[in-house]
Design a protein around this ligand. Structure first.
Ligand code: ADP
Ligand code: ADP
Length: 226
């Protein structure tokens, strides 16, 4: 089963920038898939389209067989996004940030509180649940965004550069959190600059450059040809 299927996806911004020039891609259900590429390659544009934040110019995207345009609400409910920038209210407490997100999705209060506890515990933030988020470390803040995305129990979790700019120890610990979430059945798509990160986590990988997929292969094959 495919979690994600992209066919001939094109995005041309209003200023004429061709961010995606006909991308084809498939991601299998249950895998951790890496999208690797330099700055400006089109990674954020692709993630933006899958998360319904950016409209495609043309092409098809389907998520577990549902069309992104025709079944927008169903697709939105299946996608969780963890952006690169911290975009939560720094003055709120982790417990409120996660629980309020559940409320936003219309999840009943009792279920919301259960899930909030589950994911804050899983991401090792339960002890910090009543702390002001501003005081959390960078790694904790990123984990908080993962907990917030997981509270809706998305079938696909998208991580935009989950370990950009953090040291190797935090990167390793982040990898084990990601592996744990995948082991529970969530399909994961991550963007990264680090080949090492893809090597650690993924079986399949796509390399994007100048709006085109230039390689789409297994990590094993890729490493043989480098
Ligand atoms: P769309 O074509 O999807 O409607 P727009 O062209 O309206 O998108 O751009 C959306 C926003 O992104 C605008 O506010 C624009 O100023 C900003 N923007 C323009 N160029 C860039 C760029 N190179 N990188 C990131 N953001 C940009
Ligand atoms: P990446 O995430 O791989 O760094 P992006 O998807 O952000 O790549 O950008 C792909 C290309 O599209 C770049 O040339 C970027 O400058 C351009 N771009 C991104 N957002 C906008 C926008 N809103 N308007 C115009 N150009 C944009």
């Amino acid at each position: 089963e495919n979690a994600l299927e992209i066919k001939d996806l094109v995005k041309t911004y209003k200023d004429g920038t061709q961010a995606l020039k006909g991308v084809d891609l498939q991601v299998e259900a249950g895998e951790i898939f890496a999208l690797l590429g330099p700055n400006g390659a089109g990674k954020s544009t692709m993630i933006g389209i899958i998360s319904s934040l950016v409209n495609a110019t043309s092409g098809q995207v389907s998520v577990f067989g549902k069309d992104l345009v025709k079944d927008r609400q169903a697709v939105k409910a299946m996608i969780g996004l963890v952006p690169q920038e911290f975009n939560f209210n720094m003055f709120e407490k982790p417990i409120d940030i996660v629980a309020n997100q559940a409320g936003y999705y219309g999840i009943p209060r009792s279920v919301a509180m259960e899930r909030t506890e589950k994911y804050l515990k899983q991401l090792q933030l339960w002890e910090k649940r009543h702390s002001v988020s501003r005081g959390l470390s960078g790694g904790m803040k990123r984990r908080l965004m993962i907990a917030r995305a997981m509270v809706n129990e998305p079938r696909i979790l998208i991580l935009d550069e989950p370990t950009a700019g953090v040291d190797i120890e935090i990167r390793r610990s982040m990898w084990s959190f990601v592996e744990e979430i995948a082991a529970q059945g969530t399909t994961i798509i991550l963007t990264t600059h680090y080949l090492e990160e893809a090597e650690q986590l993924c079986k399949n990988i796509a390399i994007i450059d100048h709006g085109e997929i230039v390689r789409n292969t297994t990590i094993k094959e890729l490493l043989k040809t480098l």
